[in-house]
Design a protein around this ligand. Sequence first.
Ligand code: ADP
Ligand code: MG
Length: 747
Amino acid sequence: MVPAAAPPVAVTGVLARSSHPAPEYRLGVRLDTPLNQLDPPHRLSAARLAAFGRLDINTVTDLIKHLPARYERIEAESSIIELKEGQIGRATGEITATRFSGGKGGRFSKSGRFEAVLLDHTGRLDLVWFNQPHMVHRILPGMRLRAQGKVARYGVGLQIVNPVIEPVRGTEPEHPVEPVTEGQTGATLRPVYPAVDGLPSATIQKFIAGILPLVVDQIEDHLPAEYRQARSLPLLSEAYRMAHAPSDEGQHVEARRRLAFDELLLLQLGVFLRREQVLRGTSAPVLGWNQTIDQRIRARFGFALTPDQDSVVIEIAADLQTPAPANRLLQGDVGSGKTVVALYAMLMAVAAGRQAALMAPTEILAEQHFRSISDALQGSKVRVALLTGSMSDRERAERFSGLACGDIDIAIGTHALIGQSVRFASLAVAVIDEQHRFGVHQRAGLRGKSGTDDRGRPMTPHTIVMTATPIPRTLALTLFGDLDVSTIRHLPPGRTPVITRWVQPAQSGEVYTWLRTRLDAGDQAFVVVPAIDAGASTAGEGGDAELNDLRTVHARLEAGELAGKRLAVLHGRLSAHTRDAVMSRFRSGQIDCLIATTVIEVGVDVPNATVMVIEHADQFGLAQLHQLRGRVGRGAKQSVCVLMGDASNPDAEARLRTMVATTDGFELAEKDLELRGPGEVFGARQAGAPSLLVADLMRDRDLLSLARRDAQAWIERSPSLGTPKESLLRKRLMQQHGRWLGLADVG
Ligand code: ADP
Ligand code: MG
């Protein structure tokens, strides 16, 4: 039979060869062959194709990249009497009896227990399936079959629950003479694939086992041979072979290591390549630093810096004294003193006769920064200006020209500050507060805002990004691999940690009665209701669940426990203007209790607010709970955070318990990563970032740091990955990361 030539199809699969003329492969199967164009004996039925489609497997490449989720050991076969309790066993015999005991609904119920007795000449083994009534039709007395699974003792007998079974032809001996297995352990491995209805793992396995040998040699490795050897990585084709058909444990471990490392290395190369593209050929103003400058700056703070702040100051000062534009992530819990450190850096710029800018995600925050920095600089010659969207055109024009001619030393504002049309005379330090609200790319917009160097080339300011949502180190390295990270771990002295309590919703009466006594005593409070996800909030009647929730709580408190108190609501549907107005009334003490959605999450700083009650606390993520809690405990008074919620599931319970147990944002962030899994944390933070299919940021920390180190060195050596040896690597990198990282393909 002459196979039909594969029709010309676009090369989509990442594994596929590109422009090489297609060599003649047996059966014409190529990596880019769509599954619906396979010839017999590999041709798939429409139903199978559809099932593969549901797994997003449409081409041979997709198929090869569908990796086993785990591997089952296939044990050497033994007679039933030799089966050992607690171990995986495998035996062959005849079914002598079956029984189905249904749950509700009798024979046709989905629930229930199906038992079959397997007998060989040495003894009896019970096979048990739960909630699989169709087994009644599959397993009939008189059948011969082979069963494998974990052997358990049940009364006096042995049983296997949910065994893997295969029918055995009548002529097959009970104990095959030839060994079923390979290797010294007497066990071999069976890959178990993610499956869907109508496409069980065993079918996928057989199909892959048929196709893989036809295409495995077509898999081209994007890693140059010398590099692969230096890192003892197997060939890519070999890695896929070992992943799908390992001959021992060591092989699939090695395969996984290669494939996981590949993901991490490509990601890190992408991150460093972007850094290179953003910064290529540009330099930053070199700022002077000496004892006099240091002392003059420190004199501005009414306190001594903490040891953590001191060491971060030293790191930053080192950055700013070189012409390489700094890129530093400054992380520390709410109130840990980041802004003070950032102000230090800004004042280094001013001392050098240049400018600094501080960008906040909201106007409320920008104003807050403006107030505290103006206070700190009172009586100095430093000229500070606030720039927000709500100023008049005249004011704004005035500020803009102040920036352009250098009359303003420190500009504080929202991201409008780094807009295309904004000109600075000489911006040396740019501080961005709450990084994740801005997105990574905005930094690129800073390029050229520092005037030109002595050879007329545009300069880029040093950049410091502050975040109060601590990012676990593993994640920070991955997402911000091109940022240096500084951390403030300990809060300044004299803080009273917030007391956190977890109570059941049934106790809300007591909680609010107690809250009233706090308000009577002059304290202020937040009551937070969860933002319900968009999907749940589309209900008709013009209301959404979030607002309804807010209204319900408001109405109840207004008529009940907090009757007569000055209440106000705050949510995302209010205009920015109204929100600001509510906030400033709260700040000035004209409101006792604010009932809000998570819009209060960031930046609100009201020292007299000492109580926070979070309704449905079980519905919030850890990071969010921590951010919310950070709104209280900002003054000298003891603050209390009450988490109201059911332990609706084990994860929710773990989150609430963690919140009660610790106020350390870093501990919480690591816990969050553990509970939610990096995929989710990763995705939420960086929209568009591809998910990692093989690598696991927690489990593969070591691989990640190796990948990071290698990627950095690689890009330093070969800044555009432009050599012929790197062309396939570069191509795959662009396919996977080009878009979300905004990489320019100039190679
Ligand atoms: P962050 O920006 O991390 O939220 P800030 O820099 O705004 O923290 O500091 C929070 C509060 O702590 C401010 O009122 C600040 O003046 C004060 N603070 C910062 N550093 C110290 C310190 N070393 N000693 C005492 N108070 C400090
Ligand atoms: Mg702050």
